[in-house]
Design a protein around this ligand. Structure first.
Ligand code: ZN
Ligand code: ZN
Ligand code: ZN
Length: 86
């Protein structure tokens, strides 16, 4: 089992969400299925079940390692680098 060191290095408290929905989807007219929050900068992006996968794109562009679900009632974090829940 791989150990994730990225979660320990995240800002505390976590960044304020930059918006209520995925800004790239708003711009492009695509529709998020679910939303994810970048825990480095507060970017909100859509999940991998969404047509445009902007959360993953944000990770690729920025290198920011960890996001969490932005869905009400859900509570988990995912490390893009290690591919583990953290
Ligand atoms: Zn990690
Ligand atoms: Zn999106
Ligand atoms: Zn970010």
């Amino acid at each position: 089992m791989k150990q994730c060191t990225h979660a320990d290095a995240l800002p505390d408290p976590e960044p304020v969400a930059l918006g209520e929905t995925c800004p790239e989807c708003l711009r492009d007219g695509t529709h998020p299925v679910q939303l994810r929050l970048c825990l480095t900068c507060g970017h909100v992006g859509c999940c991998d079940s969404s047509p445009a996968r902007h959360a993953t794109e944000h990770h690729k562009d920025s290198g920011h390692p960890v996001m969490r679900t932005f869905e009400p009632g859900e509570n988990w974090r995912w490390c893009f680098v290690d591919h583990v829940l953290v």
